[in-house]
Design a protein around this ligand. Structure first.
Ligand code: AP5
Length: 217
């Protein structure tokens, strides 16, 4: 069977990471988040992490060539054999074209692009209340709280807030999304791959809508 690739599209804080994790688990695919890969490099103090940090802290995109090279390397690992749920990639038309070329090498293509739609005021509230765990689990102080405040449910570690979730950086990330990533909505709509999802619903309802779009895709 050809590998299956699903692209999660949506503004910062729409719920791409939350849903991509659930989807990857349900479909037995790997979750590939470029944001997580950059943050992992940053934690390990690699040259790639140091480079990415300069852009991430300002809410800017990391340059396309750096990002595409990182994704190409990730796809070469054996766990991507069956495909992947892509979260935060592609983020520019150039990255979308690079993805097509990469997938053509595996005789594959994007299957469906769930586009999670959420108004800007809700995005700011979601990101300012987001609590992260070191193992990548994502909580929200109000909408998806851990059992104990600031503590990860699974491994008991301390939760933290992302540096780029400060309100001024969040607003700039939304601007960058509107300028550089929103053109992908029409790009994938024209290809007949876009599935519009109401991201203001509770997490489980958003997940069901995405699963439907995958079945129909
Ligand atoms: P990245 O880590 O990809 O951040 P992002 O796209 O801005 O998205 P977020 O992770 O902030 O939000 P999300 O949509 O995943 O929402 P989440 O599920 O966490 O990128 C960070 C940076 O890395 C970029 O700014 C850039 O510098 C760089 N980068 C990454 N990829 C790149 C690329 N391809 N090219 C160049 N640069 C790149 O949910 C948010 C909160 O809401 C959580 O608290 C969650 O619990 C809550 N929540 C989720 N769903 C719901 C719901 N339905 N109802 C209520 N609350 C909900």
């Amino acid at each position: 069977m050809a590998p299956m690739y699903i692209v999660m599209l949506g503004p910062p804080g729409a719920g791409k990471g939350t849903q991509a994790k659930k989807l990857a688990e349900a479909l037995n695919l790997v979750h590939v988040s470029t944001g997580d890969l950059f943050r992992e490099n940053l934690k390990n103090e690699t040259p790639l992490g140091q480079l990415a940090q300069q852009y991430m802290n300002k809410g800017e995109l990391v340059p396309d060539d750096v990002t595409v090279a990182m994704v190409e390397e990730r796809f070469a690992r054996p766990d991507c054999e069956k495909g992947a749920v892509l979260d935060g990639f592609p983020r520019t038309p150039a990255q979308a074209e690079a993805l097509e070329s990469l997938l053509a090498k595996f005789d594959s293509d994007v299957k469906v692009v769930p586009f999670i739609k959420v108004p800007d005021d809700i995005l700011v509230e979601r990101l300012s209340g987001r609590w992260m765990s070191n193992s990548g689990r994502v909580y929200h102080e109000k909408y998806n709280p851990p059992l104990v405040k600031w503590i990860d449910d699974i491994d008991g570690s301390q939760l933290y807030q992302r540096d780029d979730d400060r309100p001024d950086t969040v607003r700039h990330r939304i601007e960058v999304y509107n300028e550089q990533t929103a053109p992908l909505i029409n790009y994938y709509r024209d290809k007949g791959l876009l599935a519009e999802i109401d991201g203001t619903q509770p997490i489980e309802d958003v997940f069901q809508a995405i699963m439907e779009s995958v079945k129909e895709g």
